[in-house]
Design a protein around this ligand. Sequence first.
Ligand SMILES: Cc1cc2nc3c(=O)[nH]c(=O)nc-3n(C[C@H](O)[C@H](O)[C@H](O)COP(=O)(O)OP(=O)(O)OC[C@H]3O[C@@H](n4cnc5c(N)ncnc54)[C@H](O)[C@@H]3O)c2cc1C
Length: 502
Amino acid sequence: MAKVVVIGAGFGGLSLGVRLQARGYQVTLLDKQAQPGGHALRLEMGGYRFDMGPSLITAPYLLEELFQLAGRSLSAYLELIPLDPYYRIYFWDGSYLDYTGDAERMKAQLAQLSPGEEKAYDGFMAHAKAFYQAVIEEGLGARPFGWKELWSFLPAALRLGALRSAYSLAAQYFRDERLRFTFSFHPLFIGGDPFLAPAVYQMIPYLEKVGGVWYAKGGMHAVAQALARLFQELGGTLLLSTEAQEIVVRNGQAVAVRTSAGEIPADIVVSNADYLHTVTRLYPEPYRLSRLRERLVQYSMSAFLVYLGLKRTYPERLPHHTIALGPRYRGLVKDIFRRKVLAPDFSLYLHAPTRTEPAMAPPGGESLYILSPVPNLQASVNWEKEKYPYAERILTFLEEKVGLEGLRQQVAVQAFYTPLDFAEQRNCTYGAAWGPEPLLWQTAVLRPSNRSRRLPNVFLVGAGTHPGAGVPGVLLSACATEKALTEAYPLSLATAVTSGRS
Ligand SMILES: Cc1cc2nc3c(=O)[nH]c(=O)nc-3n(C[C@H](O)[C@H](O)[C@H](O)COP(=O)(O)OP(=O)(O)OC[C@H]3O[C@@H](n4cnc5c(N)ncnc54)[C@H](O)[C@@H]3O)c2cc1C
């Protein structure tokens, strides 16, 4: 049987593992972490449970598809709960919007915020739908993106204005800066700068609208655990606490992966690890990316995370998901992505899973996760020194601007996660949690491809490759990588290679 070794058990590695195992390949999935899930790890402190990274589930059909492939039903593994509103957005002036997929409720709120602008909602969503149709329904996100795909998409892309910035598309429809934020911030979910990310990423608002925003009982980590269980039930081997050190290459072909636990032979190797980590550390010489080309890859932002176990809840101020905005939008994004400086102000994303599942905290308590987008480690910030004062500023902002009164007195346990942790614990280059930035010149055919250009039997999967970051993007990347891999090495051929060698 063809042996595939996948480095990294993030959503990319897990979902590709399930796909290949279901097709009859023999997959070994290894990860340096002690838990599967990549960014979707779980932190437990004093009875409080936190998702450490992703928390918002969209496009659940992509998960359902994985279980169906294996002849199983998702509901036997996971309980998904729809959220409404999807999130609340607190604007800089104290006003707020409960963002939902319900067009009428959205329009009523837009009319209150900026009378007359509710009329633009349907037009904007129709535009977002057109992007969604190209990427999702016509399958551009689910197959390797080559020049053929580019030529077929280009006429529609030009007609729809897919190559302009996400913000400029929002500005075409809305005048009020609060609404421009509401309908342009989505690229931030996938590590993109709304003022530079191509407007095609504006398909996300439609993807949310049509598929909903969901919570998995037990949190996002429960989704990773379910996929890991499914993978193992299909006969896959999961090796945790095992770090890949190098892909072993002989005669231009990968033949094994050298790990902290010894060498694992392979007919095909897939990396779900960070892109530059893969091509500059795991690839051996002379296959590594040159220093010059390495410097040309633009990496996304990072995040500073605070996990607070609270003795009380704040249901009146915090629904399940909340975005709390500071005074600046364009300037702050510029500080994070382009100037790469730690700004004095910030905007936050908050996750309060206890709103939907009280058991995520001890009785009456709240497990509150706070994410502040920050520049990656190309900025000169001493996070060891900076994390305490930065967290203090966040707490002050939450008490004074978001109305979480007496927050400091309610803290039972707390932990931080900084860009340094992303770099050291998850091998994220520059501590950039979303991989290569989704810029026009790092999108589609210009993004690292799902099959290595240097080593024919090496493939890439996950946020760093096509179509990009975010759990749905990463699940789609597994479809694209599966296509590339199975076309290049159909089971019969891959098996012949194995038996020829043994
Ligand atoms: C804080 C945060 C919040 C987010 N929120 C959301 C959200 O709400 N919704 C959403 O859809 N997306 C969200 N995202 C994005 C989403 O989580 C990621 O894009 C996605 O999880 C990436 O999955 P992946 O499989 O590509 O890689 P990863 O999750 O990065 O997994 C890669 C794995 O490879 C392992 N690895 C690396 N090097 C090696 C090595 N040498 N040997 C062995 N193992 C190695 C790492 O330990 C890691 O486990 C968020 C991301 C972050 C960071």
